[in-house]
Write a protein that binds this ligand. Structure first.
Ligand code: ADP
Ligand code: ADP
Length: 225
């Protein structure tokens, strides 16, 4: 089996089918993007993979184990959201340390790991600041460092660059691609921005009305005659 498998997954809210009969495999190390208009089921699919929501039907496996049955900290999934979701009262360093603290890592290990994660996003010199003292792009890089610090095997990103202006967004796209290459981590990325999807992804799944309408490499999807 592949690293991630969705097997006949459905999600309904009452009579409304947010996600219909989804079958999808994701390989280890892959950068897969969910592309599609608002309301097409991208976030719902991502949230089920994160274990935030349970499928109404079907099963999702991570490394062969049903996501439902894995306790949260054994899922080893990092998450990045559009609104950063940083803790405002904590310093940058404490924000990044948080996933390690809740996993009860020894303090002597936490410090060096936080430094390395902050170096990766070039924010070591801001470690003592509060999130409000940073720009939007810097806050998003803190969120990224926090998602990567515990060396997750899977990172889920929901419109992470959506709040940034165009120039910064393009810069961050390159940074994300470099981090993906460097760490070899599996990334599932949600966006409604086609150029973003085509630039960064190994494969793109195009969502339409709660289903994957097409899936393939950027080349397969857009450069075929
Ligand atoms: P997106 O930006 O991905 O379109 P939304 O802003 O529409 O997400 O929704 C944010 C969250 O609110 C979703 O993760 C979903 O769980 C919840 N949500 C969305 N639509 C509804 C709804 N009609 N009723 C209740 N909760 C909803
Ligand atoms: P996308 O991420 O592609 O914008 P979502 O997965 O957020 O789409 O939402 C898909 C559909 O499911 C939307 O029509 C949304 O309103 C609906 N939805 C999402 N969460 C809920 C919820 N908790 N209750 C009711 N409807 C929801």
């Amino acid at each position: 089996a592949k690293f991630v498998e969705f097997i006949d997954v459905e999600k309904s809210y009452g009579n409304f089918h947010a996600v219909r009969r989804l079958n999808l495999s994701i390989g280890r190390g892959e950068f897969l993007t969910f592309l599609g208009p608002s309301g097409s089921g991208k976030t719902t699919t991502l949230n089920m993979l994160a274990g935030f929501e349970r499928p109404s039907e079907g099963v999702i496996t991570l490394d062969g184990k049903s996501v439902d049955r894995l306790p949260p900290y054994e899922r080893n999934i990092g998450m990045v959201f559009q609104n950063y979701a940083l803790f405002p009262h904590m310093s940058v360093a404490d924000n990044v340390a948080f996933p390690l603290s809740v996993r009860k890592l020894p303090r002597a290990e936490i410090g060096p790991r936080v430094v390395r994660a902050l170096e990766m996003v070039q924010l070591e010199r801001f470690k003592d600041r509060k999130p409000a003292q940073l720009s939007g792009g810097q806050q998003q890089r803190v969120a990224l460092a926090r998602a990567l610090v515990f060396q997750p095997t899977l990172v889920l990103m929901d419109e992470p660059l959506g709040a940034l202006d165009k120039k910064l967004r393009e810069h961050m796209q390159i940074e994300l691609m470099q981090i993906h290459q460097m760490l070899g981590v599996t990334i599932v990325y949600v966006t409604h921005d086609q150029s973003e999807a085509l630039t960064m992804s190994d494969r793109v799944a195009i969502f339409e009305s709660g289903a994957i309408d097409q899936i393939g490499t950027p080349d397969e999807l857009y450069n075929k005659p």
